[in-house]
Design a protein around this ligand. Sequence first.
Ligand SMILES: [Zn+2]
Length: 639
Amino acid sequence: MRVPAFTPVLALPFLVAACTADDLPGEERGVPPVLTSEQAFDEFTYARPTEARVTHVALDLDLDFEGRRVEGTATLDVEAAEDATEIVLDSNGLIIGGISDGNGNALDYTIGEADGEKGEPITVTLGELTGPALQQVVVTYASGPDAEALQWLDPEQTAGGEYPYVFSQGQAILNRTWIPTQDSPGIRQTWEARITAPKPLTVVMSGISRGEPEDVGENRRAFEFAMENSVPPYLIALAAGNIDFAELGPRSGVWAEPEVLDAAAAELVDTEAMIDAAEDIYGPYRWGRYDMIVLPPSFPYGGMENPVMTFLTPTFIAGDRSNTGLVAHELAHSWSGNLVTYSSWRDGWLNEGVTSYFESRITEAVFGEKRAAQEYALSYDSLAEAVAENGADNPNTAMRTPEGISPFDTVGEAIYDKGTVFLRTMEAIIGRERFDEFMRGWFDRHAFQPATSEMFLAELRDQVVDGDEDLEQALMLDEWVYGTGLPENAVAPDPQAFAEVDNAAAAYGEDGSLPSAETWGGWTGAEQQRFLRELPETMTADQLAALDAQLGLSDTGNNEVLFLWLQAALRNQYQPAVPQAETFLADVGRNKFVAPLFQALWDTGSWGQPIARRIYRETRPGYHSMTRGNVDEIVGWEG
Ligand SMILES: [Zn+2]
C-alpha cells in the first residue's frame, strides 16, 4: 500500500498468549505452516492457529447495495491438532446467523467481548473430526452496518453518476468486518468466491476470474473467482461497479468506469515494461495476470497491492505518466508483501521497505537513473527529517515497530523510507550483483510463505556475510533493523539529483525570481513537487498570484502538484484558491491530500476554520471511513 500521510492513533494492549507447538498436520492445499517464533507472533488476531487454523475460505455472498452489506456464507477448511476442540475466528461486527459443519450439523459457538479495532473472537466448538483432522466450518452471516472494509458509494460518488459502487480495503485488520476467518498475515489461506451483484454491475476480485458471469434470476449475475496461491487474508478484496476492461499487454489490463477508462489505459502503457523489468531483477511474476482497477476518487489510498488486481486511486492520472511510480510500487508488492509476507505487523518494513526499494529499481530500469536518484533523495530526506523531528533515539524510528503499536499507526518513514535506505546501503556495500542474488533467493525460498526480520538477517549473515567480520561490521545489520535513528553507514543521496531545482528554489527565496514556464514544464513531476515543497512558509497574496500566473499551477493536470499548490495557498489564506480547493476536496477522497488540506485551513485559525467546517459538512459523506476519521480529529467534528 502507499501509506497515508495521516493515520489515526489507537494503541491496543497485548492480549493473546503466544502459541507454541508444531503439532499441526502436514501441509494441505499448499498452505505453509504458521511460524511460531516470538517475532512471528501477531498480537492483533484472536486466532490460535497452532491449535486449529483456516487453510481455505470459500465465500458465497450477495452484494446488497440497498442494505449496504454483504450476506451469505463462508465455508472454511480447518486443519486442527489431534486434541483441538475449538477454532477461534476474527470478527468485527459480523452478524452471525448460524455455524455448522460441512454436513449441515449445527456447531456451538460463542462471540466474545469486542475490543476496539481488534473486534471480537468467534469461538466455534469443533464437531467430530473426520478424515485426516480436516473438516469444514460453515458460517452463515452478514456484514454489520459499519463494516469498515467496505465502502458503498452512491451513484453521485462515481464518475458515471448512474450506478452504485462498492470496494473493499482489507489492510490492515479490516477484512474481519466482512469475512469471518483468521485475519492474520501469517495465517495464509487459499480462497474462492461466488459473488452476486445487480445488473449491469461487474464484480472483480483479487483472484483469477472463473468463466463468464451467470444470470441469477432476472436482475442479478453471479461472478466466480479463485486464488490457488495461499495469501494473507488481508489481500482478499473485491470491487463492483459499472466498469469496463481495457487490455494493456499479454498478461495485463485495466478496469475502470467507462468515463475514465481511456485516460487510465493511456497512463498505464508502461505496465508490461515494468513487469518485465521486475522479473529481470527478482525472478518470475508468479501470479498469472497483472490487472489493475482504477477506483472512484473516494478510494483513501494511492494504491493497494491486491494480488492480480491492484487497486488505484484515479488521482494518479496526470496525462503524462509522471505519477506511475505508484504502479511500480504496487507491482513490486507482487514479490515483497504478497509473495513473501511479514508474519506480524511489527515487521512492516519487510513489505513496505523492501517494496519501496524494489520500486526504485523498477523505476531505474524503465524510466532511467535520474528519476530513480530523485526518488531515493526524497526517501532519504523524509527519513532524515523524521529522525530530526522525533529524535534519533525515538523507538518509533526503528524499522521493527515497537510492541503494542496498532498496524494503522506505524510510522511511514521508519518503514518505507528507512527500509529503502537500508537496502540501498546493503546494495552499495555488498555490491549490486551479489545483493540481487541474495534477494532473489529470499523470494524463491519463501515464496507464498510468511517471514520475519530475524529470518532475513539470519539468511543474509549465512549467505552473504559468511563469517567475514569486516563485512559484518560495515553492514551494521542489527542497528538498522532494531535500532533507532539513521545509522552512520547510510548511503547519502546523489547531491546532483535535485541540483537544478534546489538552485531555482534558492533563487526564488532570495529575490523572488521564478523559473520560466519552459523550465518548469521540462521538469519531472518529482522536480516540480520538490520546488513547491521548498516554497517559503509565509507568502503574500501577490507572490502567490505571480507564482500561479507564471507556472500555471491551478491548471495543472497532476494532482500531486495541484495539492501542493493548494496547500501553500490555503496556509497563506489566499482567498482566490478557495473555490478550487472546495472542488478538489469534493472530488477527491485520497487521505494523503484531504487531511493535510483541512489541516492547512484549520491552522490559519479564524480565517480557515469556518471554511473548513463549511466544506467538510458537504464533503464528509463522500469520504472513506479512514479519511473521515482523520479529518474528524482535525476539525473536532461532533456531527
Ligand atoms: Zn506499499
